[in-house]
Design a protein around this ligand. Structure first.
Ligand code: MN
Length: 230
């Protein structure tokens, strides 16, 4: 089959200790998965169902990049998140089977044009322009699941210009990783290349030109992002 034009190569994430990279097929994200963060945005905390949204693979941005301040916003926020990289096929999984699908973990930033998201939310419109934009899905190198171990009391944190802004144990998630993966597998046929951004703890806030973000999860490589000076 011939194509009319070439597309950019599929984005792919480095894996610790591997020559080959992890190619990205889809990016799923969950909202309001830490109670204190849901409250800080004025949302009810409930366990009705996880709130899913997506970003296009074209939104992927590698750790260590310096980006321009994103267009179309006056209030771009960082959200530090644990990212799960799926490595197997699964559909309608039980929570007990869900962790078998995990290839590895990475630190990620769910960058958010909060002003656009809030305006959309207020009108009951989709969040897409607030969430899915170029360089909006930042990711550090992937650590394989067997090297990381079981997610639990490891701390997730974010520092802006050296000052800690977010910090919580992964165990504060409202929906656990097995529950998230099982729920998502009822909506999509999960497959290798699917990333899941698992929500952010309290302490989200704005970035400005010249800022440097460094996000960490104990046991993983950090994610670093710089915003170009004005
Ligand atoms: Mn988020």
């Amino acid at each position: 089959m011939s194509l009319l034009f070439e597309l950019p190569e599929v984005p792919a994430v480095p894996v610790l200790g591997e020559e080959a990279r992890y190619p990205v097929r889809r990016i799923f994200c969950v909202g309001r998965n830490y109670a204190a963060h849901a409250r800080e945005l004025g949302n009810a905390v409930d366990r009705e169902a996880p709130i899913w949204f997506t970003k296009a693979p074209a939104a992927l941005c590698h750790s260590g990049t310096a980006i321009a301040y994103p267009p179309g916003t006056q209030d771009c926020h960082y959200e530090m998140e644990l990212v799960v990289a799926i490595g197997g096929h699964g559909f309608e999984l039980a929570a007990e089977q869900a962790m078998d699908l995990v290839y590895g973990y990475a630190c990620g930033l769910d960058m958010t044009r909060r002003d656009l998201q809030n305006a959309a939310k207020a009108k009951g419109y989709p969040w897409d322009t607030g969430k899915d934009f170029e360089n909006g899905a930042v990711i550090g190198p992937i650590t394989r699941a067997d090297a990381f171990g079981q997610p639990g009391e490891q701390r997730i944190s974010l520092a802006k210009n050296g000052e800690t802004k977010q910090e919580a144990p992964l165990s504060e998630m409202i929906w656990s990783l097995p529950e998230l993966i099982a729920d998502l597998s009822r909506l999509y046929h999960l497959a290798p290349g699917d990333l899941i951004y698992t929500g952010t703890p309290a302490g989200v806030g704005p970035v400005a030109p010249g800022d440097r973000l460094e996000g960490r999860v104990e046991g993983l490589e950090p994610v670093v992002l710089a915003i170009d000076p004005a």
